[in-house]
Design a protein around this ligand. Structure first.
Ligand code: FAD
Length: 321
């Protein structure tokens, strides 16, 4: 007979350096402020404890989901029937021009750390919410640069043991990495190769970006940033690409927002979930929004774009439960 949730909790509670709770509301761990309870929720800064927790869950046939800062998640209203795990080691260290960041470090802290040391390469990532692990997983980026440009090595847990990949092995592309295709792999840390530069100038670049971003995405807004991925212009069917004004194409990318705007996305709402009046690809929770309304609104927008342009807008956001 399979162990009950309470029995699994007892096993998890026996693992040193792991904090465990039962029936934990996930809304409090997501920036959308949406999501029902996880049967089990556990956090640790210890790679050993993390591995033991995964092993205990597997032995009990309990599904595992790893999350970070929760800024890019849509969690079902019913929550998650299994164990939600966070690896929250947050150390940042430097050796020459190589910065090592643990997966649980806040990305903005990493940007500030590198800028302060006069190391160039991360300054345009200022203001991207979330933790370092997920930034590697989704190859986070902004202002024409992505984290992958600076990745030397990623250390991760493959479900059984710790391994390391160099940049090429991570198979980074626009908002993609090999880790997105191996959901059971968990990033523990990353080495980033940076370039000496002027600390004050780097700090100013980040501050300028942060100011613009805070106007577009107010820090208290319950959202996930852009819901849909932008398109690489070369991937669009010719007839569709021909309809896009050249002024909206940036660095070879066509914003999903352009297509969404053409189909009347701005200001659309469903319950407390709405699309911003000023940004066709920004959906937020006005207060009491539900995952159900959020998913229905997303499906409606996808259908509108499909019918008008014959293309699929694809979610950047990740689903849980
Ligand atoms: C206002 C706003 C603006 C944003 N702007 C940008 C932007 O400009 N550019 C951009 O790229 N993104 C942007 N995002 C999206 C988001 O910030 C990034 O996707 C971020 O990297 C998510 O980090 P997180 O820690 O919150 O991850 P979570 O939302 O917790 O998780 C996201 C995914 O990462 C996986 N994951 C988490 N930790 C690990 C780990 N250690 N190992 C393996 N997988 C893991 C999870 O399983 C999940 O699938 C924005 C979001 C918001 C709210």
């Amino acid at each position: 007979m399979m162990p009950t949730t309470e029995e699994t909790q007892l096993r998890l509670a026996g693992i040193p350096n792991l904090t465990v709770s039962l029936h934990t509301p996930l809304a409090r761990y997501t920036r959308f402020g949406i999501g029902g309870p996880a049967d089990l929720f556990a956090e640790t800064a210890s790679p050993d404890a993390f591995a033991q927790a995964v092993a205990a869950a597997c032995a009990a046939a309990v599904p595992v989901m790893v999350i970070g800062g929760g800024t890019n998640l849509i969690v079902s209203d019913d929550g998650f029937r299994g164990l939600v795990l966070r690896y929250n080691a947050a150390g940042l260290t430097v050796d020459g021009t190589v910065v090592t960041a643990q997966a649980g470090a806040v990305l903005q802290d990493l940007v500030d750390f590198a800028n302060g040391l006069g190391l160039k390469g991360l300054e345009t990532l200022a203001g991207i919410p979330g933790w370092v692990g997920a930034a590697v997983y989704g190859n986070a980026g902004a202002y024409g640069h992505s984290l992958s440009e600076r990745v030397l090595q990623v250390r991760f847990f493959d479900g059984r043991c710790e391994r390391a990949f160099d940049n090429a092995q991570c198979e980074f592309h626009y908002r993609e990495s090999i880790f997105k295709r191996h959901k059971e792999w968990v990033i523990f840390s990353v080495d980033l190769g940076l370039t000496p530069d002027d600390a004050a100038a780097l700090t100013k670049t980040s501050a300028d970006i942060l100011k613009i971003r805070n106007e577009k995405f107010p820090p208290t807004m319950k959202c996930a940033g852009s819901i849909f991925k932008n398109f690489l212009q070369r991937d669009l069917p010719e007839t569709v690409a021909a309809q896009v004004p050249s002024a909206v194409v940036r660095e070879g990318k066509v914003p999903a927002a352009w297509f969404l705007e053409q189909v009347g996305s701005k200001g659309t709402r469903r319950g407390d979930i709405r699309v911003a009046d000023y940004h066709a690809n920004l959906i937020y929770n006005e207060g009491a929004g539900t995952a159900r309304d959020l998913c229905l609104l997303i499906a409606d927008l996808k259908q509108r774009v499909r019918e008008r342009f014959g293309i699929e807008v694809e979610e950047e956001v990740q689903y849980v439960g």
